[in-house]
Design a protein around this ligand. Structure first.
Ligand SMILES: Nc1ncnc2c1ncn2[C@@H]1O[C@H](COP(=O)(O)OP(=O)(O)OP(=O)(O)O)[C@@H](O)[C@H]1O
Length: 509
């Protein structure tokens, strides 16, 4: 835990020494300066949160220095040290933004209270700022776009969780599918909307700090805990705590989260008594929690507790009908952000975008539109600046972009023939693989599709070194995107798009 930093500025060595020693004892990090110029230099390097500033310095008036500090950082707290004869200056200092003052000679105990009060005020200000930002965020909440049946199901579940005031909700789905958006939607559409929504990313907080972040601590809980501090479970009182990446929650902490969800109580670090937790706990992960439970990496009891209400977000490639409205939504919101006036994406661009499979889901689509808007000078987004992976995904019958010849549809897949030519054997092998893929590995169906017998198919599979099961993943040397061993035949499954393809070769797109 980092300590609060205080810079003591006084040319009387004994005073700065005794103040520094006493403050260090109270758990602060302290540095000293004996002149105005040294104070300015230490301000840059030491970056104090509070400055104790003598009014009478050898090279500059403390009041002047106060103005410079406040001009540089209006959030900096300054406590003036004055001689009793200098009461007018103290009043002036308060008017110029000093937080407080004390006179010489001083009582160290009284100084300690002045400093504690200043830091407490600072902490409260932070809390107020936090809530203010939260309100602002709430008012310009992002919209969730989607008309596909899968998204309509998601919207229904959001409403059910919000209306029923579900106490735990688990949101699952690949990265970039909108899990955070769903968590906010549940909160802001529920009766808890006026209370805080606080997000904690379990993967980004070091294990030893997570408990403190979530549950806070009591004064003296550890060496630097100079006062009681609330954690997010207390700060979110009446609202929602969103634990993102819950799959990365350290195993020992999982037991404490389980207790908080079951008993609605938790204990601050170093605390003797439980504190009541009136919060909804929304969790999200892109990981396979049931698998993690089986592997002993995630507590089964916690999983079942969190999974009472589960919202599973569909991959964007499973709801391509939403792409057009998402594109239009991003164009409009990015127009506002960048002061642009793009009207739409051209039909050709939309066709590319719809064919691509978006492994990074909606986040990747948003980034793609942002990139196009940066590069495109006109009012319509053309395919010119699309990335090569996306451009590979829409190949009209005729010439391919790499100069290869493209056949027409084969069972819903396009086949790209290399411009350098292709042997009949390679073509035959590829058609067998494609038929097996289409039939889900069922050899009888694949044989029927190829209008041949099952025995002939099996004979040819053997000849081409294809495995007996015929399942795509087991087919020798035909991993999606891999170069085939014979004659540079490159293939990618139509299912996950041609994004893995590189170079020219025979391929499906
Ligand atoms: N249905 C949607 N409508 C509009 N924007 C969306 C939608 N879904 C996701 N987004 C946008 O996509 C981006 C990623 O969304 P979000 O952060 O919610 O995804 P996530 O699933 O939480 O990702 P991660 O698992 O990586 O944290 C955000 O910019 C979000 O606004």
């Amino acid at each position: 835990m980092s300590k609060n930093r205080i810079l003591v500025v006084d040319d009387e060595k004994l005073i700065s020494w005794s103040l520094a020693a006493s403050l260090k004892k109270d758990g602060y990090e302290v540095d000293t300066a004996a002149s105005g110029s040294e104070a300015l230099q230490k301000y840059e390097t030491f970056k104090p949160e509070l400055v104790m500033l003598d009014i009478c310095l050898p090279d500059v008036n403390g009041l002047e220095l106060l103005k410079r500090f406040k001009a540089a950082n209006e959030d900096l707290y300054v406590i003036m040290i004055t001689a009793y004869a200098n009461a007018d200056s103290a009043v002036q200092a308060l008017q110029d933004g000093a937080e407080d003052y004390f006179g010489k000679p001083f009582n160290l105990e009284a100084v300690k209270h002045v400093v504690e009060r200043a830091f407490e005020k600072r902490r409260l200000k932070k809390e107020v700022d936090y809530f203010r930002n939260e309100l602002r965020r709430k008012s310009d909440q992002e919209k969730m776009v989607g008309n596909s049946p899968k998204m309509i199901e998601v919207f229904k579940m959001i409403k059910i969780c919000a209306d029923a005031d579900a106490k735990t909700v688990l949101i699952t789905g690949e990265s970039g599918t909108g899990k955070e958006l769903v968590a906010k939607a549940i909160h802001y559409h529920s009766a808890r909307a006026d209370a805080p929504f606080i997000e904690v990313n379990c993967a980004s907080i070091p294990e030893n700090l997570l408990e403190n972040e979530l549950f806070g601590h009591e004064k003296g809980a550890y060496t630097d805990a100079s006062r009681r501090q609330k954690g997010v479970f207390e700060l979110a009182e009446g609202g929602s705590v969103f634990l993102d990446e819950i799959g990365d929650m350290p195993y020992p902490m999982q037991a404490k989260i389980l207790k908080a969800t079951e008993t609605k109580r938790f204990r601050r670090l170093g605390g003797q008594e439980d504190v009541e937790a009136n919060v909804r706990i929304i969790t999200a992960t892109h990981q396979d929690l049931p698998k993690m439970v089986k592997e002993g990496k995630f507590r089964g009891d916690l999983f079942f507790r969190l999974n009472v209400m589960n919202i599973c977000l569909p991959k964007l490639r499973e709801r391509k009908e939403d792409i057009e409205s998402l594109v239009q939504y991003f164009i409009e919101s990015l127009n506002e952000e960048y002061g642009r006036s793009v009207t739409n994406a051209s039909p050709e661009t939309l066709e590319y975008l719809t064919r691509y499979d978006w492994p990074g889901n909606v986040r990747e689509l948003r980034n793609c539109i942002e990139r196009l808007m940066m590069l495109e000078q006109g009012k319509v987004l053309t395919p010119e600046f699309l990335s090569p992976e996306i451009r590979q995904c829409r190949l009209p019958v005729g010439e391919s972009e790499a100069g290869g010849v493209i056949s027409s549809d084969f069972a819903g897949e396009h086949i790209v023939l290399p411009s350098t030519g292709i042997s009949l054997e390679e073509l035959e092998k590829m058609l067998i693989q494609l038929a097996l893929k289409k039939s889900g590995g069922n050899q009888s169906k694949a044989a029927k599709f190829l209008k041949t017998s099952r025995d002939t198919l099996r004979y040819r599979m053997k000849k081409f070194g294809l495995s007996d099961s015929g399942k795509e993943g087991e087919v020798e040397g035909t991993e999606a995107g891999a170069e085939g061993g014979n004659g540079g035949v490159a293939m990618a499954s139509g299912g996950n798009g041609g994004s893995a393809l590189a170079g020219e070769g025979l391929r499906w797109v």
